[in-house]
Design a protein around this ligand. Structure first.
Ligand code: CMC
Length: 377
């Protein structure tokens, strides 16, 4: 047994994996050996998900079949929609998503995780149905009926359709698709680890995914994109950035959307999101939040760059979603509908050579204490 306690497991490998790679000093991210910039420019979410899951680019027929499977599994049982209707419409959408993903498991008998065909179906169902759940909650909480998924649309286009019931704009679809590609996988992050701990008990894949959704929901992980937009709105103008950020630094308060456990340079996904944001603003009008964000980046890097604190993926993604008209609390669920591809890739990999995660702790309590009767305490 190793006796050195490593807080936050920083630098401790918990598995071997061929799925993705990060060089935090050089700002490199690759999925299955392919640089993220290449995938963002040339691929689609469907193709990237296939690459992550099965380790190779699909041939045309394989991609068509995978895409068709996803399209035909988008609908959710009415019990899932009823469950959403029964839960408070003031809930955070991540809490709804976690509950519904767990509830999906009540409909599908996926308890035998050695059954490769069933595992394939579970992966397809999870990737196909998460957007439907997220969009359904958005509709239901506004008092509208959920919009039925369409199988003539791509993954991203269908998601935007289900959110708005409007024919999606091609630029919005492309931008949403690139966002899904960028968020689909990121080595051994907290939610993937959370999912794998559940997976290591041979729990069913719906429990694996719902554990991961719960882990993703926190502000130190996926929840940061929402916090960034809250912060930018609170700052309100470019002139107020410097005093606001310098006060946070003085008070040692965390600045959301910056800093990363692995990247000590700017997250390679952040400039891609910046370019998307600029493309969007040139077509749909400028966003005051973007100018504030650029100034926040400048001040943060000036003060904290030497410590390796630069914008991470969450810094610019919220601004893009905001401009697409997506409500603030739906930013992290969008992260989840993308990251489920990475979670499932890791789950499949783990099932090939599973070992139960059962770490140790260093006990710092007392020993051999007497029982004191209640009246003498
Ligand atoms: N703002 C100000 N200072 C920071 C920040 C920040 N966001 N992040 C790290 N630091 C400082 C921290 O105070 C510490 O300074 P010192 O050594 O003087 O005490 C030093 O940097 C190291 O901090 P740490 O807490 O040991 O670093 P960590 O690896 O545990 O932190 C992190 C990683 C992501 C939790 C952290 O950077 C953070 O809280 N960032 C803000 C939340 C955020 O944007 N999360 C999204 C992460 S990327 C997407 C995802 O994974 O979901």
């Amino acid at each position: 047994m190793a006796d050195a306690y490593v807080p936050g497991l920083e630098g401790v490998p918990v598995t071997e994996s061929k799925i993705s790679f990060i060089d935090g000093k050089k700002g490199i991210l690759e999925y299955r050996g392919v640089p993220i910039q290449v995938l963002a420019e040339k691929s689609t979410f469907e193709e990237t998900a296939y690459l992550l899951l099965w380790g190779k680019f699909p041939a045309r027929g394989e991609l068509e079949q995978f895409d068709q499977e996803l399209r035909s599994h988008r609908r959710v049982k009415y019990g899932i929609l009823d469950l959403i209707k029964c839960l408070p419409n003031t809930s955070h959408p991540m809490d709804i998503l976690q509950a519904c993903v767990a509830a999906l498991g009540t409909y599908y008998s996926a308890r035998d995780v050695a059954d490769k065909e069933e595992n394939h179906r579970s992966v397809i169902r999870l990737i196909a149905k998460l957007p439907t759940i997220v969009a359904a909650f958005e509709r239901i909480r506004r008092g509208d009926e959920p919009v039925r998924p369409r199988d003539d649309l791509s993954h991203s286009a269908n998601f935007l359709w289900m959110l708005t019931e409007r024919e999606p704009d091609p630029l919005a679809v492309r931008i949403m698709d690139v966002c899904l590609v960028l968020h689909a996988e990121h080595t051994m992050n907290a939610s993937t680890f959370g999912g794998l701990v559940t997976a290591s008990t041979l729990a069913n894949p719906y429990s694996v995914a719902s554990s991961a959704v719960g882990v993703l929901s926190g502000p130190l992980h996926g929840g940061a994109n929402e916090e960034v937009v809250i912060m930018l709105r609170e700052i309100g103008s470019v002139e107020k950035v410097r005093p606001y950020i310098e006060e946070l630094i003085r008070a040692k308060t965390r600045i959301m959307g910056v800093g990363h456990r692995v990247y000590k340079v700017k997250d390679p996904r952040a400039p891609i999101l910046q370019r998307l944001a600029e493309q969007l603003f040139s077509q749909k009008g400028e966003s005051p939040l973007y100018r504030i964000a650029s100034e926040v980046e400048r001040v943060v890097v000036e003060h904290l760059g030497a410590k390796g604190i630069y914008p991470n993926v969450d810094f610019y993604s919220g601004i893009v979603y905001d401009k697409l008209g997506i409500p603030l609390d739906q930013f992290t669920p969008i992260f989840a509908i993308s990251r489920v591809a990475g979670w499932m890739a890791h789950w499949l990999e783990q099932m090939e050579r599973n070992r139960l995660f059962r770490p140790e702790e260093i006990y710092t309590g007392e020993h051999d204490l007497p029982y004191i009767p209640l009246e003498r305490r």
